[in-house]
Design a protein around this ligand. Structure first.
Ligand code: URP
Ligand code: ZN
Ligand code: ZN
Ligand code: ZN
Length: 465
């Protein structure tokens, strides 16, 4: 069935213009000032903005972590994403616990297959990087259709790479043309600070932030930057939170290093004082790196605006407050790290960014969709509204006003970190490859309709943005 979206304003990373969009076989067939076709279903988008579907480059669905497992799986997680205007996610497939990397990839396909309602890809997250894993990598990436790997410099007891394995990962990334994503915090120093705090009887959630200061993020960012450059690899720094890290990224980019950076909505909107909330409520805001003092927010906005940071990931990694977060009731270091953001990533960036005049609507599209598509090998199939691209389209009402709340969100957790935040703008309908997943704010999608998107490793990882 053909569809024509008529009367809307198309917004891409480059342009804003009025136009009709003809969709056939899941793909955008034509864009013109006015399209007539008696066989097509007409979608009236008068007064709406048409955005390319959001691409979330950083999610953790149904992931074992911190002695438990995240509360959103591929059903609740992708439905919530769709409500929020996201049509593609790239989730972290973790290798730990699987005999081979191909087994890990198969496990992740099993989690997603009958549940996902939007399209998806995987990054390969190698928390147990060793000679064996390095040997398996080339074939796993090629057979798996994966063009990015992730390494941790934090979580000393679970995933942390040594400098040597980090450097080996960069060498492999360079050889294979894969982007190497790094969680930059110095996990060994953090462990020392955590033990010190606990020895002093400091057990409340705020000590999560105080034992992971910006300096340990800045130091690890600098180290990853230098080692990636030495190996000739493309580095993508995930969840950048602070001036210390931003300064390193800007200084490296100014020297021509191949470094890209992502930040996440909570760091733009919330600050470290949230972890001081009484009655253990601070645990709702425990993730890593932690929230920072409020002055870091402006540094992040400026870096986004200047294109020194390119993307917005949700870092969706949800644990219920009255459930799994209580594992750390008496000890902040046992609070599972992560928060629920997959649904609100898109609207919070629109409201705090575009509606408040910090960024243009075209910059918004670039950060929320286009850059992730380009960096991770999905463009131009995804990440834009253009003839030949997948018809992943968000109808967005820029005048809607609403208040974010756990009572109305669709994520499988009992709290929302943005509870009470008043925002402007709302996705009203969301199409994935031309099919409605959300229609007039109701879920109408089909479980398992999301498609796995294979991504080819690049012959050159140089991305200019
Ligand atoms: O606290 C976080 N960010 N949890 C998810 C895992 C990670 O570090 O990205
Ligand atoms: Zn991380
Ligand atoms: Zn991460
Ligand atoms: Zn993450």
């Amino acid at each position: 069935m053909k569809k024509i979206i008529t009367g809307g304003t198309i917004v891409t990373a480059a342009d804003t213009y009025k136009g009709d969009v003809l969709i056939e076989d899941g793909v955008i067939k034509q864009i013109a000032a006015s399209i007539q076709d008696v066989d097509a279903e007409i979608i009236d988008a008068t007064g709406k903005l048409l955005f390319p579907g959001g691409i979330d480059p950083h999610t953790h669905l149904d992931m074992p972590f911190n002695n438990t497992v995240t509360d959103d799986d591929w059903q609740s997680g992708t439905i919530a994403a769709a409500f929020g205007g996201t049509t593609t996610i790239i989730d972290f497939c973790i290798s730990a616990g699987s005999p081979t990397l191909m087994d890990a990839i198969d496990t992740w396909h099993g989690k997603a297959k009958d549940k996902a309602v939007i399209d998806y890809g995987f990054h390969l997250m190698i928390g147990d990087l060793n000679e064996q894993r390095l040997k398996e990598l080339p074939e796993a990436l090629e057979r798996g259709g994966i063009s990015s790997i992730k390494v941790f410099l934090a979580y000393a007891k679970e995933f942390q790479a040594t400098d040597r394995t980090l450097f080996q990962a960069f060498k492999v990334g360079q050889q294979l043309g894969a982007t190497v994503m790094v969680h930059c915090e110095n996990g060994s120093v953090i462990d020392e600070l955590v033990e010190e705090a606990k020895a002093n009887g400091q057990t409340e959630p705020i000590y999560h932030a105080l034992t992971r200061p910006p300096e340990v993020e800045g130091e690890a960012t600098k180290r990853a930057i230098e080692l990636a450059n030495l190996a000739g690899a493309q580095l993508y720094v995930v969840h950048v939170t602070c001036k210390e890290a931003v300064d390193e990224i800007i200084s490296a980019r100014n020297k021509g290093y191949n470094v890209l950076g992502e930040t996440c909505p909570p760091y733009l909107v919330l600050d470290q004082t949230a972890l001081e909330k009484p009655n253990f409520e601070g645990a709702k805001y425990v993730w890593s790196p932690p929230l920072r003092p409020v002055e870091h927010q402006e540094v992040l906005w400026n870096a986004l605006k200047a294109k020194q940071l390119q993307t917005i990931g949700s870092d969706q990694c949800s644990f219920s407050f009255n459930g799994k977060k209580t594992l750390g009731k008496d000890d902040f270091s046992k609070i599972p790290n992560g928060g629920p953001f997959i649904e609100d990533r898109f609207s919070v960036l629109y409201s705090e960014g575009v509606a408040k005049g910090r960024i243009t609507e075209n910059e918004f599209v670039d950060m929320i969709s286009t850059q992730s598509a380009k960096i991770f090998g999905l463009f131009p199939k995804k990440g834009t509204i253009a003839v030949g691209s997948d018809a992943d389209i968000v109808l967005f009402d820029p005048t809607a006003k609403r208040t974010i709340s756990a009572e109305t969100h669709h994520m499988n957790v009992d709290y929302n970190a943005f509870e009470g935040l008043e925002i402007t703008g709302e996705p009203t309908s969301v199409l994935v490859r031309g099919d409605y997943v959300i229609q007039d704010k109701k879920f109408v999608g089909k479980l398992g309709s999301g498609q796995y998107i294979r991504r080819e490793v690049k012959s050159s990882t140089k991305v200019t943005s």
